[in-house]
Design a protein. Structure first.
Length: 304
């Protein structure tokens, strides 16, 4: 019978519509809904990581980085941008528009850029400021890599994208590990030399024999240094016995640090150099409130 319709039966181990209220399954096997859900989860995770990174940088800004020329306001802009990007990612995920991918792409690029800035500041310095290894810096860098990976996967989860994201993330972590494992050597004033007076910024300042500006730390007590660990990495203590050059009217002395080394003092104040001073004649560390207190250069009466 040519007009007889042909039917077929597919036996299933369970009912497709387990909820009796659902009458029709419109699409079977579609992954669109699941894919959107995964993208949203990656985007939300990336936004949270951006907020975490921004919060770490905000804490650094409030506890001293705000006093560093150029770096201070760049830190503030970075924090504001990260919070705005995170908010934009979360909002566009709710709207489920093309803007959600655009926001995620911006967040991924921002995270990678933040990491690049950190690595550059560790190795060569930025705007006269050299970063040192700190727990906060390392944690923020790892968070930035994680944010980049999450936000990239929020854009696309194809095999090529996943593979490229993995490669970039591994390379970024490798570069960070290398930078942290081989920190830039800090300028240290050698012991047994003569302290000098040098005109810097229109006034005579105390310097070491190489012309590096010397600083005092406000929290230090008379004859006692409280700058250790990361603080001493930013502000290397002037070690050894120093002599007074021409025109140095203050008293040069020494103290014993808790690690057993000898540190030079000027009128009883422990002396330090600053890792951000690359060459003689610089005084980038003056009036910086970092590592728990204010740092000041040392004016002296030069001449004679």
């Amino acid at each position: 019978m040519p007009n007889t319709p042909v039917s077929s039966t597919v036996l299933l181990p369970m009912s497709l519509n387990r909820d009796a209220r659902l009458r029709v399954i419109k699409v079977v096997g579609s992954t669109r809904g699941a894919s959107l859900s995964r993208r949203s989860l990656y985007a939300i995770a990336g936004a949270v990581l951006l907020i975490a990174s921004a919060s770490i940088h905000l804490d650094l800004y409030l506890t001293g980085y705000r006093t560093i020329p150029t770096i201070g306001w760049l830190f503030l802009l970075q924090v504001i941008a990260a919070y705005l990007l995170a908010a934009g990612i979360l909002v566009t995920q709710v709207l489920l528009t093309f803007a959600s991918r655009l926001a995620a792409a911006g967040g991924a690029a921002f995270s990678l850029g933040t990491l690049a800035g950190y690595l550059l500041s560790l190795k060569v310095g930025l705007f006269g400021f050299t970063e040192v290894r700190t727990t906060a810096g390392i944690v923020a860098a790892i968070v930035d890599v994680a944010a980049f990976a999450a936000l990239t996967l929020a854009i696309d989860q194809g095999r090529r994208v996943v593979g490229a994201t993995a490669v970039v993330s591994v390379v970024a972590l490798g570069l960070m590990g290398a930078a942290v494992a081989t920190p830039k050597a800090a300028p240290v004033a050698a012991g047994g030399q003569v302290l000098k007076a040098r005109v810097i910024g229109g006034q005579d300042l105390l310097t070491d024999a190489k012309g590096l500006t010397l600083y005092t730390f406000a929290p230090d007590g008379p004859g006692k240094s409280v700058c250790y660990g990361a603080c001493a990495a930013y502000w290397p203590p002037v070690t050894g016995n120093e002599g007074a050059g021409p025109g140095i009217a203050g008293k040069i002395g020494t103290i014993k640090r808790s690690d057993g080394t000898t540190q030079a003092t000027y009128d009883g104040h422990p002396l330090y150099t600053y890792i951000g001073d690359k060459n003689a004649g610089m005084a980038a560390g003056n009036n910086i409130n970092l590592n728990g207190g204010l740092w000041k250069d040392v004016p002296v009466a030069a001449g004679g």
